[in-house]
Design a binder for this molecule. Sequence first.
Ligand SMILES: *Cc1c(COP(=O)(O)O)cnc(C)c1O
Length: 400
Amino acid sequence: MPGFEVFGEEEKKEILEVVDTGVLFRYEFGAQRQGVYKVLEFENRFAAYCGTAYAQAVTSGTAALKVALAALGVGPGDEVITQGFTFVATWEAILDIGAIPVFTEIDTTLNMDPLDLAKKITAKTKCIIPVHMLGAQARIAEIVAIADQHGIPVLEDTAQAAGARIGGQRLGSFGACGTFSFDAVKTMTTGEGGMIITADEKLWRIMSEYHDHGHDHVVNPGARGGEGRRFIGFNYRMMELQGAIGLAQLAKLDAMIVAQKKTKAALKEAASAIPGVQFRQLVDENGDSATFFCFFLESREHCQRVNTVLTENKAGAINFGENAWHFYPRWEHLLAGSTVAASGWPFMEPGGKRRVIYDPQGLPVSAELIDRMLVYPIPVKMSPERLAEIQAALQLAAQV
Ligand SMILES: *Cc1c(COP(=O)(O)O)cnc(C)c1O
């Protein structure tokens, strides 16, 4: 699962090339940098890896979502639809741009249910953000088809699924744009960092300029100081050191996925012994990045019984119904409208009127699925002893 497991000499070598020039910044210092442009090179390699024309590096996966939403023209008065099972960052970015997040149910792919999406589109919907959660695909073709009928752009939150595919095509490249995170727990990491990919040059240029205070990037890397600007921006610039680490990690991504797939297959085989077990539905099993292994049991009670045995045998699994960061009813700060802004923004209008009220019981289908699901994160490296320990625990759990 996390790229820090394979952090090593390759990353060190890339970092030293930056340190040797003394230029830690992606723009300017033309002569001093001796041709070293790590962030730019990382963008170009990442775009090529994903099979898209353009990539824009930024400071985090959350910044990637924010910059993408800004470039798509989303703002106050708009609604953005995403799924109720995701990391909080997805809807933090929507609220931060001033729009209102609307949440759909998930289905057995653990991602956006296209049928529920179709029901939740309104005249105010300006963007749809399916999330490729836990390493594997949303029903992206169906989602894009529905969005196209309404002329709404799709932004794929691919933070948890770098390297995953459907039929050979990388996730993140199906919609108008796709965002990635390289934070500490993601499959490839730059410490902190993010990326946006797109095939649309115009959209990329807006992202490029917006993320850099609006500096006009007629050429990238651009000359500084005398250039113009088309709109206000912000600073989400990635550092050269992060670009350097990203290059080394990207080169290891496919090998990490291969290793994870092997471990995942072994765990799946062991879990098959549990009566009534059902596995997460994969749109394309071949294209799974295998960062997580997810299975459903017959009921919430069965799930708890099984996990008690697994925990007693040092192989406890994650139940996302008990995790405060990834599932809608657990986001008490969202539901309550907790914010540091004295005015109550983004939950209150400047006049004091509440902009949105969320019903904690609003996603019953997702709750039913999450309540009877167990999840193992798959590390890149798992010792044979540890694998055997989990396999043995799963075997015992098959008897309760
Ligand atoms: C990690 C994550 C993000 C945010 O990425 P950061 O780099 O931590 O800001 C966004 N969406 C999802 C689904 C994530 O898992």
